[in-house]
Design a protein around this ligand. Sequence first.
Ligand code: BDR
Ligand code: CA
Length: 330
Amino acid sequence: MSVNGPTRVPFILDTDSAQDDCVAILFGLLDPVADMRAITMVAGNVGFEEQVRNAAMTLAVADRLDHCPIHRGCTQPLTRAWASASDVHGDGAGGMTMCIPEGMVSTTHAVDAMLELTSQHPGEISLVCIGPLTNVAAAVIKDRSFVERVKSVYIMGGSNNGRGNITAAAEFNFYVDPEAAQIVFEAGFANVVVVTWDPLTLRDGLLPRSEYEKLTQLGTPLARFFKKLCDHTLAYDESVGVPGSTHPDSLTLACLLHPELIVASSPYRVDVETSSELTRGYSNMQWDKFDAIPNAHVVEAADSKAFFARLRDLLSTATTPALPITGLDV
Ligand code: BDR
Ligand code: CA
């Protein structure tokens, strides 16, 4: 804490904004220590322009239209056809929609924004990557010195010797662009932190329906927005035996902003399967028993109670949406 308030954490949020990605954006906008410098968009969960709209709508509902630029990035994986998760997320926003004001989305490409911001502030800015890793891999390919300029990389992806979610072997973000993920893990970034699907999200990033309903009834526009964002995914998750609303992306950002939420983590060597079709995107996570040089810290346990208490505080914030959002009662 400084005399001027808490020390703020600068970062770029790289996202495929649908459902919990938008919750992560809310953390980026409203958490007192968050200093979100840019939102960069990557192909992932739902249609690219739906994702852009979902991000813009999240800025609007929080009354933070001018908070930071939104940049369109890579619209497909490095070498593969795009695979969506619209069966899980619908349109990613529960049918809400909004007209994006002219000029709200930057004309600078996401990869160039990453390169420029880290050149202006070398060693200061972290990346929080909550979608496929295509933009980050493209930045590495375009300018190798990018790697040295990034403070840390927080990644939502993979499972730690556990279940996948898009296939039995693979978690969605790594499955969509496994080549990009492998480039990022091999790049030599100084401090890579991984928040996994299984077991971490399924245990510590999971909000049981009874608790979910308490949050959705807080009575604020943000709480109503949250319900619209998450209802579809909650119904999907319950239909496949996941007992609650899943929050992997917002948990990833929260771990950067509030490191005390990380209760346990260990060094691992992480590699992502690129050659097998059967296990495409599988994250091979070798712990210290094996003779491999670690390239990441994998979060093994998080303080779920403290994380969801933060989410509750955030959704309790009274905001007046800056623009009309169709489908949201305010
Ligand atoms: C990840 O995939 C997406 O559907 C979510 O936004 C999250 O980033 C979970 O596998
Ligand atoms: Ca995501």
